[in-house]
Design a protein around this ligand. Structure first.
Ligand code: AHR
Length: 535
């Protein structure tokens, strides 16, 4: 009995000692093993804005958008019909138009995407109740009613004050159909097609400044080889005519990611017939199309991997531009990144063909990085179109019937609009790397420009989700006055705006800065996007 009691006492002592050891380890280990500790100390960085070395113009079309007949983008997101209880003007919802007008959208691409290469434009004109119904084979096999066609799209463009970028059908269409559509839209003559447009309610021709000759013709647009598409492009582009003073900028369907061969063949075989060549690149957290990753359920590894992949946009633009430079050293042909953005796995319970995804603080950072990269390459990149406008992929707006919310990506576009059409100002940034495992990204990413009224704008992204940044800023060639700005940040990497809480992420005034003489010090929160204005 005595022996048993002694043993029990000993084992309690052992347990107490073990407990004490564990507590000590949990407190001390993070201090002694920096690799395991999460460093939350602010990091230091230096930024020089080379205001005395202005470069080219940031084409405002870099702030372009994309609306495809896909999921709930066109039907519900834009078009609700004239008899809908949702307030609308000629069938187009008023809340969405009001929100989009605040972005100064310069150009809108429509009707696809993959949908463009099976779209018959004649299905979308005339009395709506007589329009043929077709199967949208790419996007879930849903019935396309044709209710939103050419007149409705052009009405939307006019409401927004935006230029139209129409994608024509090369994959399953003919040069004749393409030519007829352009005549229908743009001719002021007495031709049968121009009069058909008039009978359908539009007296004056529209201006169509941008026309895409196919889309992803290496894939959903016909699975063509580059040599074959180069010939098809030349044939179709011949019939993209300029009527009644309309002047069309012709855009050839370009490659995706690192397919430099496509660019090489198109530039060597068809450059003189085109004004622009497109490029598509989507950000997938895993870089694996079969398992892309969740839009909202992620941790720091996925955050980091997503940003590292986004930054590859810089490399792709550089390398495609280098190929283009060989055939077009004057940079006459624009590189049009007419699809970009995040692409995640479908939300549970949502049809895969609808490509609906939520948008978090991570998407805001992705948007800021891409826009900064496009500014840097403004000598070659003349247009970009984020995919897509509403309810699809990296959307700016989400709707749920009559409800509408603005995503974090919307706020970045609204904050960054000050760069539209401004002169790019180079920046030099010295900041630590943001590393995780073997991969590394810069912890900060910045871009600057000067607008036509002389105001200087700086956009700066803090990629680090844990550490704020203390940035010492110098502006060469000028002294800054009257600094003001806004910051977009969130409590967590995956904070979202929901229909119940639509303002969890929204820009607020940025006040965390000091100005002493020519020296400016900014304190940027972790995971943030900041846009500043200086006189
Ligand atoms: O944006 C969704 C789809 O992605 C487009 O229809 C297609 O061009 C691309 O593959």
């Amino acid at each position: 009995m005595m022996i048993f009691m002694w043993a029990a006492l000993q084992s309690r002592r052992v347990a107490a000692v073990l407990l004490l050891a564990m507590i000590t380890y949990l407190i001390v280990a993070p201090m002694t093993h920096p690799a395991r500790a999460q460093n939350r100390e602010p990091f230091q960085a230096n930024l020089v804005i080379r205001a005395d070395q202005p470069k080219g113009t940031i084409n405002r079309n870099i702030y372009g958008h994309f609306a495809e007949h896909l999921g709930r983008l066109v039907y519900e997101g834009i078009w609700v019909g004239e008899n809908s209880p949702i307030p609308n003007t000629r069938g187009i919802r008023n809340d969405v138009v009001a929100a989009l007008k605040r972005l100064n959208i310069p150009v809108l691409r429509w009707p696809g995407g993959c949908f463009a290469d099976e779209y018959r434009w004649r299905d979308g004109i005339g009395p709506r109740d007589q329009r043929p119904k077709r199967i949208n084979t790419h996007w879930g096999g849903v019935i396309e009613s044709g209710a939103f066609g050419t007149h409705e799209f052009m009405d939307l463009c006019e409401m927004l004050g935006t230029d139209a970028y129409i994608a024509g059908n090369v994959g399953s269409g003919t040069p004749q159909e393409m030519m007829d559509w352009i005549e229908y839209m743009t001719s002021d003559s007495d031709s049968t097609l121009a009069n058909l447009r008039r009978r359908n309610g539009r007296e004056k021709p529209w201006k169509i400044p941008y026309f895409g000759v196919g889309n992803e013709n290496w894939g959903c647009g016909g699975n063509m080889r580059p040599e074959y598409y180069a010939d098809e492009y030349r044939r179709f582009a011949t019939y993209v005519k300029n009527y009644s003073g309309n002047r069309i900028y012709k855009i050839a369907s370009g490659s995706s990611d690192a397919d430099y061969k496509w660019t090489e063949v198109l530039m060597s075989q068809a450059a003189r017939h085109m004004d622009g060549l497109s490029l598509h690149f989507y950000t997938l957290p895993t870089s694996d199309w079969s398992k892309k990753g969740s839009a909202t359920q992620f941790g720091e590894p996925e955050w980091h991997a997503t940003l590292v992949r986004t930054l590859r946009m810089d490399e792709f633009i550089q390398k495609h531009s280098a190929v283009m430079d060989k055939y077009d050293p004057q940079k006459r042909v624009g590189l049009m990144v007419d699809e970009w953005g995040t692409w995640y796995d479908a939300e549970p319970g949502v049809s895969k063909g609808a490509l609906y995804q939520q948008s978090t603080m991570r998407d805001a950072v992705v948007a800021g990085l891409n826009l900064n990269i496009f500014h840097k390459h403004c000598d070659r990149v003349q247009m970009t179109n984020i995919a897509q406008l509403i309810n699809v992929l990296q959307a700016l707006i989400l709707t749920d019937k009559e409800k509408m919310l603005l995503t974090p990506t919307y706020h970045v576009f609204e904050m960054y609009k000050v760069h539209q059409g401004a002169t790019m100002i180079p920046v030099e940034l010295t900041a630590p790397e943001y590393s995780l495992g073997q991969a590394s990204a810069p912890s900060l990413h910045a871009s600057a420009s000067r607008d036509t009224t002389g105001k200087l704008h700086l956009s700066i992204v803090n990629l680090d989700p844990n550490r704020s940044a203390q940035v010492s800023v110098k502006i060469s060639g000028t002294a800054a006055k009257n600094l003001s700005g806004r910051v977009l940040t969130a409590p967590a990497m995956n904070t979202v705006n929901t229909f119940d809480k639509p303002e969890s992420i929204k820009p607020v005034s940025f006040t965390d800065y000091k100005m002493q003489g020519e020296q400016i010090t900014l304190t940027l929160p972790s995971k943030s996007v900041v846009v500043l204005e200086m006189q």
